[in-house]
Design a protein around this ligand. Structure first.
Ligand SMILES: Cc1cc2nc3c(=O)[nH]c(=O)nc-3n(C[C@H](O)[C@H](O)[C@H](O)COP(=O)(O)OP(=O)(O)OC[C@H]3O[C@@H](n4cnc5c(N)ncnc54)[C@H](O)[C@@H]3O)c2cc1C
Length: 436
């Protein structure tokens, strides 16, 4: 019998467990280990609460853990409660699927001022991540800014601009819903260092901005290259640009009270304010020969008392695991970190791609493992039993699949009207739910 430890229960962890289960069948046991007693990683804590249809992918993951050879072990932080080296002694292979939960720094003066938050923090706050329940982002000013030109920036801007009514059917947490309802923010500026052709925003997410109850997108026609230049774009990207051009051609809805201003060719230089963020000093840019942003020397100010940086994430290093400082991920060769140690998902390739992009990662690594330890060849490792013994000796209460279900059922039964669940936002609340 082979024993595999998959560390992390986000999409990459589940696809890897699925692939290993399919490859080894009853010749292996796969344990999905997570720091939290509830699974799914960014499906729970990242994907926007008003995108419930996307979150439904977790139903597929449920089937993986319901199969006989796969187990869930929650409330265990690898690198703190148990080391990777210890896991390698207990398991035939260890696959790190720990994601990239740390916000990349802007690297400009003033970014530590109160009022400047990373998107992982802000998104975690409205999605019920226990580390960010206390964030309390300042929503009392009239201006906010989001730095970045990807879908996460769009998520943040959209969430800031929606009415309470528009969150019906979402699983946004109560504390965020109440705070957002009382928000005074009327202008949300989305800053990008380059132009519309360089955005990493997808058509669905952009299209939504045209249908908001209380907010309208504002885009400058002068920022676009001639329309013929769109012909060279990949079809999905061209669709995004067409949507943006449509916003530019339409005057902001007069009936809406909020504006979402796309400020292209805008490079943040520094954040200023008396003891808290008040404005961003920005340099106007233009595209250089290689498509990068070149400063023009012209500067201006964007007022903002809440500034969200959405410029990417990194994987924190883990003791004993080779690390790629520049890439902010585990150092790996097509998923292989070292002997019997692998990485998948964002921990392998950095924070890019959609949920589905993590599937080939998991299957590729499973194929490598099959090649390196074919089904039928046996080893005598302790697997889950050994891990549980070790954790119990350290006073760590590992949780299991039944515990996860109990927590989720309690969340669903606590749901306010119009919401599929009321998420617990503190680890103690999860553990309390288990005592009921
Ligand atoms: C704000 C946001 C919105 C997004 N929206 C979309 C979207 O709408 N559509 C889409 O297709 N994609 C979206 N994505 C991308 C998608 O979420 C990722 O592609 C995917 O979640 C990456 O999967 P992963 O398994 O590598 O990492 P994660 O989903 O981050 O999972 C990592 C898991 O590892 C666990 N973990 C971390 N460290 C440890 C440790 N030391 N010990 C134990 N467990 C640990 C975490 O608790 C977590 O469960 C979004 C991403 C973000 C950030």
């Amino acid at each position: 019998m082979r024993h595999f430890a998959v560390v992390g229960s986000g999409p990459a962890g589940f696809y890897t467990a699925e692939a290993l289960e399919r490859a080894f069948g009853e010749n292996a046991r796969v344990d999905i280990i997570d720091r939290y007693p509830v699974p799914y990683g960014l499906i729970r804590f990242g994907v926007a609460p008003d995108h419930q249809s996307l979150k439904a992918v977790s139903k597929r993951y449920d089937k993986v853990v319901e199969s006989a050879g796969v187990d869930f072990i929650g409330n265990v932080t690898v690198g703190r409660d148990v080391s990777v080296q210890e896991l390698l002694e207990l398991y035939d292979a260890v696959i790190l699927a720990t994601g990239a939960p740390v916000d990349r720094k802007l690297g400009i003066p003033g970014e530590d001022l109160p009022g400047v938050v990373g998107s992982a923090e802000f998104v975690g706050w409205y999605n019920g991540h226990p580390d960010f329940a206390e964030l309390d982002p300042p929503l009392g000013g009239t201006h906010a800014a989001v730095i970045g030109n990807g879908n996460v920036a769009l998520d943040c801007a959209r969430i800031l601009s929606k009415t309470r009514h528009e969150f019906e059917g979402s699983d946004i947490v109560g504390h965020a819903l109440d705070a957002l309802e009382g928000s005074a923010i009327r202008t949300i500026t989305i800053l990008g260092r380059r132009g519309p052709h360089q955005i990493a925003m997808t058509p669905k997410e952009l299209g939504e901005l045209g249908h908001l109850e209380a907010a309208s997108p504002v885009v400058e026609e002068a920022d676009f290259p001639p329309v013929e230049a769109d012909d060279a774009l990949e079809p999905g990207h061209r669709k995004s640009i067409t949507i943006l051009r449509g916003f530019a051609a339409t005057p902001a809805e007069s009936g809406t009270s909020k504006r979402m201003v796309f400020d292209f060719f805008a490079k943040p230089l520094r954040i200023e304010g008396e003891g808290k963020a008040e404005k961003i000093v920005v340099e106007r840019t233009e595209l250089d020969e290689s498509g990068g942003a070149r400063g023009t020397g012209e500067t201006y100010e964007v007022p903002a008392s809440l500034i969200i940086s959405a410029i990417g994430y990194s994987t924190p290093p883990m003791e004993g695991v080779a690390y790629d400082e520049r890439g902010g991920k585990f150092l790996n060769d097509q998923g292989r970190i070292g002997e019997r140690l692998y990485a998948v998902g964002w921990a392998r390739r950095g924070p890019t791609g959609t949920i589905g992009t993590n599937r080939p990662d998991g299957y590729e690594v499973a194929d490598r493992i099959v090649a390196e330890m074919p089904p039928g060849s046996s080893q005598d490792r302790a697997g889950a039993e050994g891990l549980k013994q070790l954790l119990a000796g350290r006073g760590i209460m590992a949780t299991d699949y039944d515990d996860w279900r109990k927590i989720e059922e309690t969340e669903v039964s606590n749901a306010r009207p119009g919401s599929p669940r009321e998420k617990f936002v503190r680890v103690e609340h999860w553990l309390d739910a288990l005592k009921r």
